[in-house]
Design a binder for this molecule. Structure first.
Ligand code: ASP
Length: 363
């Protein structure tokens, strides 16, 4: 209910409230660079964990869950599909990438229209304030949803499933924690020169919602609210960086794809060469960009990574049995990466309110 209107109106406002187009270009460039670099680091961490801890050694293939893997769409289609033929249809279907493309284009056009565009810019600004209010109301019910989802996960995944693939689960979870603590901790403390503890405290409710819903897009309203109210990022920056991040920046998914690729190779007794590892870093980075911020999307894109180095797609069936558990960790990392990027970009642009960032109370 919230995602489509929230992304659309806040992104348009994010663009129109940037006073000049060169600033927007600069912010867009910075955002994209941080997204790419952190994602590549994430895959590398995933691969390293896979190589060192060998989650695939000793996995009996008879454990295979009988799930048929869906085919991933070719990457080029993802790029071509960015441009909508009918924006109203994209909004109705909830096609996030198309909505983002159209919102950015519309925002730029409103700015370029100058005086004549001002009333529409004001309309969107007012509309986004209303959407933020609506978000706040919905968020106040989040604890009930989180409780329900956690109960469902524990009831659905019995101990048996967890034990047989415990090594993969442990690898993904620990690698996710390492990436958050080190890559993101360093990003916040060394690049933004801020206290990382305050960062993680400020984003905790969004992390909880991401962990239970396994959807970056679904968590977007909470992420946006946390980043603005707890971390002091300005609304224009948050409205630009976060919807984009919820759709294309997936560090957790990249870690998972790195580990799963190594896991499948080990489980099937296939040796990976150095060139194979580089190919995995490249394809997993691209695949994570093409992954939608919805539950289970990373599993579908995993076939792209496996195919790129000729690993058997049957491996996906094994992973599918525990995918929800892995999705919980990776989605949490995904939204944390978006929030970190928003903080770094805001700090660099002088649009971070450090009083709010350093406050002791959080929402
Ligand atoms: N569920 C993840 C997300 O929404 C995507 C994935 O499946 O990796 O961020």
């Amino acid at each position: 209910m919230l995602i489509v209107p929230l992304i659309f109106v806040t992104l348009v406002t994010g663009i129109t409230s940037m006073d000049d187009l060169s600033k927007m270009r600069r912010i867009g460039f910075k955002t994209f660079c941080i997204y790419l670099v952190t994602t590549a680091i994430a895959v590398a961490i995933g691969l390293a964990f896979g190589v060192v801890f060998e989650p695939g050694s000793g996995v009996a293939l008879s454990n295979t869950a009988a799930v048929v893997a869906k085919k991933a769409p070719p990457l080029i289609d993802t790029f071509l599909a960015l441009i909508t033929t009918n924006p109203v249809e994209s909004l109705a279907k909830g096609d996030i990438l198309q909505i983002i493309f159209f919102a950015i284009f519309l925002g730029i056009s409103i700015s370029m229209a100058g005086e004549k565009g001002k009333p529409v810019a004001a309309f969107f600004e007012s509309f986004s304030e209303i959407m933020f209010k609506m978000t706040e109301i919905v968020i106040s019910f989040a604890p009930i949803g989180v409780f329900g989802l956690m109960a469902w996960v524990s009831a659905t995944y019995g101990i048996d499933v967890l034990v047989s693939l415990a090594k993969v689960i442990a690898c993904v979870y620990i690698a996710c924690i390492v990436h958050m603590a080190f890559t993101m901790g360093i990003g916040i403390s060394l690049i933004a020169k801020l206290n990382p503890i305050k960062f993680f405290k400020g984003i905790i409710s969004a992390q909880t919602v991401a962990f239970t819903t396994t959807s970056s897009s679904g968590t977007l309203p909470v992420t946006t609210s946390n980043v603005i109210h707890n971390l002091g990022v300005s609304k224009p920056i948050a409205s630009f960086v976060l919807p984009l991040g919820a759709t294309i920046n997936m560090d957790g998914t990249a870690i998972y794809q790195g580990i799963c690729a190594v896991f499948v190779a080990q489980a099937f007794g296939i040796d990976l060469s150095f060139a194979n590892y580089l190919t995995i870093i490249l394809t997993a980075t691209l695949a994570s960009i093409g992954t939608a911020g919805v539950p289970g999307a990373g599993l579908i894109m995993l076939s792209l990574v496996l195919t790129s180095v000729n690993l058997p797609l049957e491996g996906i069936a094994i992973i599918a049995g525990i995918d929800r558990i892995l999705d919980m960790a990776r989605t949490t990392v995904n939204i944390t990466g978006d929030a970190m990027t928003a903080v770094i970009v805001a700090k660099g642009e002088g649009e971070l309110n450090e009083k709010i960032y350093n406050q002791d109370t959080i929402e």
